[in-house]
Design a protein around this ligand. Structure first.
Ligand code: PXP
Length: 247
């Protein structure tokens, strides 16, 4: 199976929300995340990821509904484990949900979800989403106890948080890669294993050494690259790098 790419297009909306402006929506009011969705599809994206945050700092509900209607790609909704977001997910009906921790002050998702500490609530939200036909992933640190808890909570998938690896320097880089590999091996026994956060056009080579990966979710580096070459080319370049993967 080829390694799939989910393109996170939140930061296209960040550009608009930074000014509460109309741009980069189109002059005829096509939302910029919808335009980005078309471009990502043209570049070979396998799915789109959007994070509707409690504070709506980038993606808005209206963006989510338009993407759902107009882009012919599987949609992955990242969301906090809250009743509000559960309600949105059940209306939006994306193919996938990825449960993430969320705190108002963070610049981006900082750590993995503590499934052990929030087990009952997480299990309940997973069950309600699955009852609606949505496959559920949990975003966790590469920690075997969290992998086990995700299995026990009946998640369909885990997304391993690669942020600590991406920020590591020196010997810590290999230590983090080893943690990711161990978590992937354990998770693969009963779940689909995805990975994401902080992956870019350089560190992707090391990410490709992690076994058993099904999908990567990449946002910031692709959107940053798109300012130079356009989003379709930026996605295509990442897909070309990922083609070397063998699980
Ligand atoms: N996966 C999850 C769960 C995330 O929260 C994010 C950031 O929104 C990403 C992947 C993408 O991370 P990045 O923007 O660093 O590629």
């Amino acid at each position: 199976m080829p390694l799939l790419l989910g393109v996170n297009i939140d930061h296209i909306a960040t550009l608009r929300q930074a000014r509460y402006a109309k741009e980069p929506d189109s002059p005829n009011a096509e939302p910029c995340p919808v335009i980005a969705g078309h471009d990502a599809l043209a570049g070979g994206a396998d799915s789109l990821t959007i994070h509707v945050r409690g504070d709506r700092r980038h993606m808005q509900d209206a963006d989510a509904y338009r993407i759902r209607e107009e882009i012919k790609l599987p949609l992955n909704l990242e969301m906090g484990v809250t009743e509000e977001m559960l309600g949105l997910a059940l209306k939006l009906k994306p193919e996938f949900v990825c449960l993430v921790p969320e705190s108002r002050m963070e610049i981006t998702t900082e750590g993995g979800l503590d499934v052990l500490a929030s087990f009952d609530k997480t299990r309940m939200v997973i069950a309600r989403l699955q009852d609606a036909g949505i496959r559920v992933s949990v975003f966790i640190d590469p920690d075997l106890k969290q992998v086990e808890a995700a299995c026990e909570a009946c998640a369909d998938m885990i997304e391993l948080h690669t942020g600590a690896f991406a920020n590591a320097t020196g010997d810590a880089v290999q230590t983090e890669l080893d943690r990711l590999a161990a978590a992937a091996k354990e998770g693969h026994l009963s779940l689909q294993v995805n990975a994401g956060h902080g992956i870019n056009y350089t560190n992707i080579q090391q990410i490709l050494t992690i076994p058993h990966l099904a999908e990567l979710n990449i946002g910031h580096s692709i959107i940053a690259r798109s300012t130079r070459v356009g989003l379709t080319a930026a996605v295509r370049e990442m897909k070309e790098l990922m083609a070397a993967y063998s699980a």
